[in-house]
Design a protein around this ligand. Structure first.
Ligand code: MEV
Length: 311
């Protein structure tokens, strides 16, 4: 084992969360300005059993809870590399807030797998990477679609259908996406379990919402291809209405979403699993400063600007 490094990004789901778990498509973006890196370094000979993790950056206790899944993933990686006795230091440096719908657990898994493959100087395919990440994501979320890890490991916005399709998708030439953090933790497992429970208890009520999200995502792909951000904004609003009806929005998310719309956003919605976490707003470039100011005045703990890459 040598010293190995790996990186990944925060992910933002533009449209399609939750329904993606049930086979509908989703569109998600890696946010390259919000990154995570992992560095693994072997401990000197004779020190075998030590597994150390040093977390820096914005990681908090929530992230440490997630570490159980990552520890399991690492144990399996070491068995795979036939080096299960090797001690090492693992350093994760992250700018991602955890439990805010930005995919911090998937980004950690992706960077860790890349770091171990680098440490054992082994080529890593995307499929193998996503299968590895699925191990810790399953431990944490139960039924992950795989969208988070697929996006955290991507360089470009992704069109994703669970187990079927993963490809880059073009973004609009204008407009900006604002990402605002409610400051409230949202736990993916709780939200995904809630939706599953509702679908089981009242499928006639909730199944059409899942189907409608899928339809909105397909229409969003068309709007993106046609560079029509006004329609895209309307589709984000429709998606938010479906997600709220599924029960995964929250008063804090609703408040920031309304503030963005009232200050001129084309559309706004929660992003990720919801019940806390972040919201996104699609806006014209010249409207963004007004919306950012309004979101901050409405107690968003942080606001990021995401500028679409068009190439
Ligand atoms: C969480 O970031 C996205 C969800 O759709 C869950 C998943 O896709 O596994 C809520």
């Amino acid at each position: 084992m040598e010293i190995g490094t790996g990186k990944s990004y925060a992910k933002i789901i533009l449209i399609g969360e939750h329904a993606v778990v049930y086979g509908e498509p989703a569109i998600a973006l890696p946010v390259k300005s919000i990154g995570l890196s992992a560095r693994v370094a072997p401990l000197p000979d004779g020190r075998q059993e030590v597994t150390s993790a040093f977390f820096t950056g914005d990681l908090n206790a929530g992230q440490l809870t997630n570490f159980a899944g990552i520890a399991m993933l690492i144990r399996r990686l070491l068995v795979f590399f036939d080096d299960s006795e090797q001690g090492f230091h693992l350093t994760i440096t992250s700018a991602l807030p955890s439990e805010r719908g930005m995919g911090s657990s998937a980004a950690t898994a992706v960077a860790v797998v890349r770091a171990f493959y680098d440490a054992f100087q082994t080529p890593l395919t995307r499929t193998a990477l996503l299968n590895w990440a699925d191990i810790s994501e399953k431990a944490l979320h139960g039924n992950p679609s795989g969208l988070d890890a697929a996006t955290a490991s991507a360089e470009k916005p992704q069109w994703f259908v669970r187990g079927k399709s993963l490809r880059s998708i073009m973004m609009p030439r204008n407009g900006v996406l604002l990402i605002a953090d409610t400051g409230i933790a949202g736990q993916t497992k709780v939200a995904v379990d809630l939706v599953a429970q509702k679908l089981k208890q009242a499928p006639k009520v909730y199944r059409p919402l899942i189907t409608d999200i899928g339809t909105a995502v397909r229409q969003a792909a068309l709007a993106l291809a046609q560079d029509d951000i006004i329609t895209l904004g309307q589709l984000l609003n429709r998606d938010q209405a479906d997600l709220a009806a599924l029960g995964v929005s929250s008063p804090e998310l609703d408040r920031l979403i309304n503030v963005a719309i009232n200050h001129g956003a084309y559309g706004a919605k929660l992003t990720g699993s919801g019940m806390g976490g972040c919201m996104i707003a699609l806006a014209a470039e010249d409207q963004a400063p007004t919306i950012i100011q309004a979101l901050k005045a409405a107690n968003a703990v942080k606001v990021w600007e995401y500028h679409f890459e068009t190439k």
